[in-house]
Design a protein around this ligand. Sequence first.
Ligand SMILES: [Zn+2]
Length: 466
Amino acid sequence: MSLKCLFLVSLLIYAGCNKTTQKTETSDVKTQIKEPQKKVDSIKTRNVMLINNVQIFNGKDEKISEGNILVVDNIISRISAEPISISEYPTAKTIDGKGKFLMPGLIDNHMHLIMCASTKQELMAPDASIDTIESKAKIEAKQLLLRGFTSIRDVGGPVFNIKKAIDKGETEGPRIYPSGGMISQTSGHGDFRTPEEKSRRFGGKISAGELLGFGFIADGRDEVLTATRENLRAGATQIKLMAGGGAASDYDPLDVAQYTFDELKAAVEAADDWGTYVTVHAYTPKAVKRAIDAGVKCIEHGQLLDEETIKLLADKGIWLSLQALDEAPPTQTKLVREKKHQVVQGTENAFIWAKKYKVKLAFGTDYMFNPPGNKNQNLDYLKLKEWLSPFEILKMATYDNAQLLALCGLRNPYQAGELGILEEGAYADMILVDGNPLEDIDLMGDPEKNFLMIIKDGIIFKNMMR
Ligand SMILES: [Zn+2]
């Protein structure tokens, strides 16, 4: 078996319990997609769009205001209850919003675009290559946009090429905040080697996963610094480390802490020098407390935290990036199913305590390796109904998640305006909804039917208003 195949097999072991219980309808690409328009500088042909008569939810405040919204190029230029003149823009197009609900584009803060876009069979194919993996991810990126996701935070995987292609307008997809390869200690949650593969320090070779850019197995301060800087060099907006055991991996128990304080601190220093932050995969109080002490700014998961540690997150202003994961399917090993069950059980308390102590809370879906299931991404947000009001869900999916995106500070690739909010000067990333999700949040679960227009960067990617 080639190194690559070994890697893919171990990746599948790692990810096998993700979302395989979801529905398996194939997604059907809408035909209303409008080709992105080329941006041009001439004022006569600028991309100007006036949307009249909409109910505006700005993403942040629990109210809606009736009005009109003017987009010039990729920025919201004006919002007004009064008519907006477009006489200075002869090529402007006007859209009648017909009193529909306008909100900011959705944000998913915990994605692995590359890994959610391919099936097991595709990854195990003998001819699997980074090119084919990327082409699958490009198709998924377009689908993401059609589900209303205009920005995502990618917390691990070789996504840099796709991010660049989207930004250049060469392919369609959301704005991507990439982390690059996940950084893991030997034996950690991101050590995807098969049991027979030896460490490259002790007679082995560099693992296929590392060569493909999925991760780094880095031990000691020096290697962690190099891995962090490799990601920063490639354009990472934040750095992702594995700081504790994982539910879906077969080798590391859920309860273990990973990386010493010094190793975590090394990554934090390198990221901080680059103007950004470190986020860690961690479930337990021990792992999370050590990460906080080392200067980590965000915790991914955290479903096994106790009340005291969740309060500590609030006191220290640390972000908690939560998911609402499903139980592992019966096809998984007993060990993995038991670990996953613990995580699912802990989700309830994590949300309740995070809300009680007003922790900075973000949300993401963490889908992997079941492309037909990706269609259910919006439904994951509806699981939040158990703990959050419709307003709180919409705010988390837009404004709150955008605040975590912006935590990358100087490394933020999108600094011309704010994301996750509809206000003058913000990016024109928005969705026109048929109905009011503040009253009926279930509308969000069927984007194909209920999202009438999807606009990203001032460009219409879906339009059912004609
Ligand atoms: Zn993940």
